[in-house]
Design a protein around this ligand. Structure first.
Ligand code: GTP
Ligand code: MG
Length: 352
């Protein structure tokens, strides 16, 4: 005997199919969150370079004033540090160069930030200061006290190119350029076969938890932390890694994210590798006992984050260097996103 289904049951099945179609068609939403400078925008740039053919010439030109500003900020920070620490350049002529660097401001009278440039005189002053023997010593001995941007070494090492007339940034320069993201930005991206909306919530800090409710339906939350920040302080003299853990605690225990997959990105691994032998982790986190061992340091820092995961959410973690195109972070992103979508879909159908 044939099995018949009622009209009501048939309609219910049709409705379910339509819902499933919508679910499969709707783009997954990813939220990038984390303290300022942890690498969120750099991930977006890296996806663009690796999966969308990179920045066009017009887009690259827009990074020029940002890079000039980064160069000047770094050079001025070095001079200020020397002043405050009572240090001076080894070559006496560099003392005048330092004076020039400190006084330099961009001429913004033309109105457009695109028109700012580094004069030949200031380029030369920065070149000479950066080549002074005191710089090597400062960068080696005082890295934890300098409060420099992480792109300082890269841009100052390339000052002779950046300061040339007609300089146009290349794709790597664009990756290193830093401009704070204000508020929320949303970008549509495709990684392999997956199309997704990636939103970045820029420079998050305490008190921003009230914004979380707007991201309730995200497929995945990618939390960024700069793993090399264990020795850095923010402007309120708080340890930056500690600040990042406090923020992660708010994210991972938030009821608004209890249905999202959480990906913890321990970024700036390259800088941790450089820093660890120079600045002991134990100096800042006294219960750490692993010395210079990189794996032990990563495991310890990860455990600090996991300790605050009171809600017991499943957290994917990955130690990465977003700046490096050969790093697997972007490929991993697509795998994790696919897994997150599948998991959420199974949850929605009460299979999980
Ligand atoms: N060495 C190194 N530098 C990195 C890495 N990831 C990002 N950076 C640099 O760190 C700086 C800050 O990166 P962003 O991606 O702009 O940081 P953000 O999280 O978007 O910061 P806000 O917009 O202020 O919230 C930039 O100069 C990047 O080039 C990394 O893996 N290694
Ligand atoms: Mg940003």
């Amino acid at each position: 005997m044939a099995d018949y289904i009622s009209k009501a049951e048939s309609c219910a099945i049709d409705r379910q199919i339509q819902q499933d179609k919508k679910l499969l068609k709707s783009k997954p939403g990813i939220l990038l969150i984390g303290t300022s400078g942890s690498g969120k925008t750099t991930l977006l740039k890296q996806v663009k370079i690796l999966h969308e053919g990179g920045f066009s010439a017009t887009e690259l030109a827009k990074f020029r004033p940002i890079i000039f500003q980064n160069v000047l900020d770094s050079a001025q920070a070095m001079v200020m540090y020397m002043r405050n620490a009572g240090l001076a350049c080894v070559n006496v002529e560099n003392i005048t160069h330092c004076e020039k660097i400190l006084k330099y401001t961009f001429d913004v009278s033309s109105g457009s930030p695109q028109n700012i440039y580094l004069s030949t005189e200031i380029t030369n002053a920065i070149c000479c200061m950066w080549a002074d023997p005191i710089m090597v010593k400062i960068m080696e001995d005082n890295l934890d006290k300098l409060r420099l941007m992480d792109n300082t070494r890269y841009f100052l090492n390339n000052i002779h190119v950046i300061g040339k007339m007609g300089y146009t940034p290349n794709q790597t320069d664009a990756l290193y350029a830093y401009q704070k993201t204000e508020g929320l930005t949303k970008t549509e991206m495709r990684i392999g076969s997956v199309k997704m909306d990636i939103s970045e919530l820029g420079g998050l800090h305490y008190g921003h938890e009230k914004l979380f409710r707007f991201f309730e339906n995200m497929s995945a939350i990618m939390f960024f932390t700069a793993i090399s920040d264990y020795d850095k302080e923010d402007w309120a003299c708080r340890n930056r890694l500690g600040e990042s853990i406090v923020l992660f605690e708010a994210v991972v225990n938030s009821p608004w994210f209890s249905h999202s997959s959480i990906i913890l990105y321990l970024n700036k691994l390259d800088l941790l590798i450089e820093n660890l032998p120079e600045v002991p982790l134990k100096q800042y986190f006294t219960d750490y006992t692993g010395g210079n061992d990189l794996n032990k340091a990563i495991k310890y820092i990860l455990s600090l984050f996991m300790k605050v995961n009171r809600a017991g959410l499943r957290v994917f973690s990955h130690a990465a260097r977003v700046i490096d195109p050969s790093d697997t972070c972007v490929g991993l992103l697509s795998i994790v996103i696919k897994e997150a979508i599948l998991e959420n879909s199974l949850k929605d159908h009460q299979i999980l």
